[in-house]
Design a protein around this ligand. Structure first.
Ligand code: KIV
Length: 279
């Protein structure tokens, strides 16, 4: 049985930290799941790391459903949360409920959407039909990115108060957790202490109840942006490029494939074939 929303809530009660990693494809998601990560997040960051867009704005429901299906085929243990992409939930509550349902049918256990108090009605409607929701405040790549760029949130008393209020309203609306993106660590701590649902930080300090990273950042596979908050545990892109260079050399020199990589025909059958061709 894979983890449930209740398991994630329990972790906060027991003061155990929650590990979250983004996943978009079967192969990497299988490894993340095998590593025992608590939550696989099919983030709309897929737009950048999987599809090569500049930001998350162009990502569609069809793409998110496809990534969700791939990750769902891979996971055995983790909870699976999928992002609602830009404009799939902002136009109407009906859209939001319908599109949340599409992600659930594609294999997600819960959906995530960006926005504070403005999203309360939408969140309640999704939760009311039985779909768990993760909130997302602080830097909201679908909106604040458009107007402000990558900026730390909650650096003044007023903006901090707004974030704390947003978190409380999201909790009241029924979210089971709240992602805090690039929130000053002091404010992230206050929010984490002010709500009963777990906070999942990205660039928001160590006092959140859990942490999330983009898997390509952690593995050192995406070089376009290197956010300060992302810790690189390896430099996989260098290993991949070196390995591919070695493959090219082996092909060119004829060292690949070798006997262990090919298949043989029986000598008797080969003899018969040769005789037939020679006739
Ligand atoms: O899309 C994403 O990867 C996210 C996380 C960074 C929280 O929303």
């Amino acid at each position: 049985m894979h983890k449930s929303v209740q398991d994630i809530l329990k972790k906060k009660k027991e003061k155990k930290k929650i590990s979250v990693i983004t996943s978009y494809d079967y192969t990497l998601a299988s490894l993340c799941d095998k590593a025992g990560i608590d939550v696989l997040l099919v983030g709309d960051s897929a737009g950048m790391v999987m599809l090569g867009y500049e930001n998350t704005i162009p990502v569609t429901m069809e793409q998110m459903c496809m990534f969700t299906e791939a990750v769902s085929n891979a996971r055995n243990n983790a909870l699976l949360v999928s992002d609602l992409p830009f404009m799939s939930y902002q136009v109407s509550v009906e859209d939001a409920v319908k599109n949340s349902g599409r992600l659930i049918k594609a294999g997600a256990d819960a959906v995530k959407l960006e926005g504070g108090s403005i999203m309360v009605e939408t969140i309640s409607a999704i939760v009311d039909v039985g779909i768990p929701v993760m909130g997302h405040i602080g830097l909201q790549p679908q909106t604040t990115m458009l107007s402000q760029g990558y900026k730390v949130q909650g650096k003044t008393k007023d903006s901090a108060m707004k974030l704390i209020q947003d978190a409380k309203e999201l909790e009241e609306a029924g979210v089971f957790s709240i992602a805090l993106e690039m929130v000053s660590h002091q404010v992230a701590k206050i929010i984490s202490e002010s709500v009963n649902v777990p906070t999942i930080g990205i660039g928001s300090g160590v006092n959140c109840d859990g942490q999330v990273l983009v898997v390509q950042d952690l593995l050192g596979m995406y070089d376009k942006i290197k956010p300060k908050f992302a810790k690189r545990y390896m430099n996989l892109s260098e290993d991949i490029v070196n390995s591919l260079g070695n493959y090219k050399k082996d092909v060119e020199s004829g060292t690949f494939p070798a006997e262990e990589n090919w298949f043989s025909m029986d000598e008797d059958e080969l003899k018969k074939l040769r005789e037939h061709i020679d006739k």
